[in-house]
Write a protein that binds this ligand. Sequence first.
Ligand SMILES: Cc1cc2nc3c(=O)[nH]c(=O)nc-3n(C[C@H](O)[C@H](O)[C@H](O)COP(=O)(O)OP(=O)(O)OC[C@H]3O[C@@H](n4cnc5c(N)ncnc54)[C@H](O)[C@@H]3O)c2cc1C
Length: 314
Amino acid sequence: MSKILVIAEHQCGQLNASTARTVSAARAVQPEAVEVLVLSDAPDAVAADAAKLEGVSRVLTVARAENAHPLAAILAPQIAKAAAGYSHVFLPSTTFGKDVAPRAAALLGVAQVSELMGVESAHTFTRPMYAGNAIVTVEADPAQTVVATVRTASWPAAGQAAGSAPVEALALEATLPTHTRFVELRQARSDRPDLQSARKVVSGGRGVGSKENFDIIYKLADKLGAAVGASRAAVDAGYCPNEMQVGQTGKIIAPELYMAIGISGAIQHLTGIKDAGTIVAINKDAEAPIFEVADLGLVGDLFKIIPELEQALG
Ligand SMILES: Cc1cc2nc3c(=O)[nH]c(=O)nc-3n(C[C@H](O)[C@H](O)[C@H](O)COP(=O)(O)OP(=O)(O)OC[C@H]3O[C@@H](n4cnc5c(N)ncnc54)[C@H](O)[C@@H]3O)c2cc1C
């Protein structure tokens, strides 16, 4: 029978929404237990939130000063030790999980399953390849621990449980390396919703034309309470910062509403919005490939359509 350890992603004492999605993927394996491991210098608040997730049977905490910042070199040896007794170790396929999971897998001597998007059985999973153009079924060796990253956009967040699972401190004898140390965190600050977890996203592409013109995208997003994204062409042209890029080499997102404005719909962009709910496209080219995936399409000049939309929104 399977027993799954989910590694909590958290920042500034707050559980990241990716953890609840990873718990959903773990539950799909129908294991005997889903437990969450919180590695932190002060894990209590994060552990309390994790304990409220539906389907979590226990939360384990490791409080060490070295865990103040999520350094893969520091966390991986602890995860590898904590993995004893578990059939699976799941992490979200976010920057955090993609950084930590391969090290943990290497320490356990197993090959990692990446971007898990479906569960067929305890050791058979589906995952995307070729920028999401193909879905491959992979089988992990049942004799080994499965270390997997979970494509969070493919899973709903686990709900809130009626009660709270027990939280226990875990004593781990793990030797931590000293060759990697935290220096500084540089982070973009924004009052807008976080692109990766927002329910609504408005994205602009090369069609927006300039950094100054991008204000029209920000204004519409603010009116809708949406996060702002961009195509790679818009980022490469310097219209907006890199962390706003959506797509294969940017963020993979699953908002309820996605508005693609002045974006042609290249496959590498569409990979990032495969799991979006309603897709709205505004493009002056009626033949643009974005209209093949859009639920609602407006053909015309974005500089005419957006003000009209804003007026209609009141
Ligand atoms: C390995 C690799 C990885 C990549 N990863 C990504 C990725 O992660 N994300 C990503 O987005 N791309 C990625 N790309 C790039 C991708 O192939 C496209 O080049 C890019 O998505 C195009 O961006 P765009 O749609 O903004 O620009 P274009 O393709 O130039 O499209 C601009 C669109 O704007 C429309 N337009 C112009 N003016 C107006 C107007 N006034 N009103 C309305 N519409 C207008 C045009 O009709 C056109 O359809 C990647 C490419 C490679 C090779």
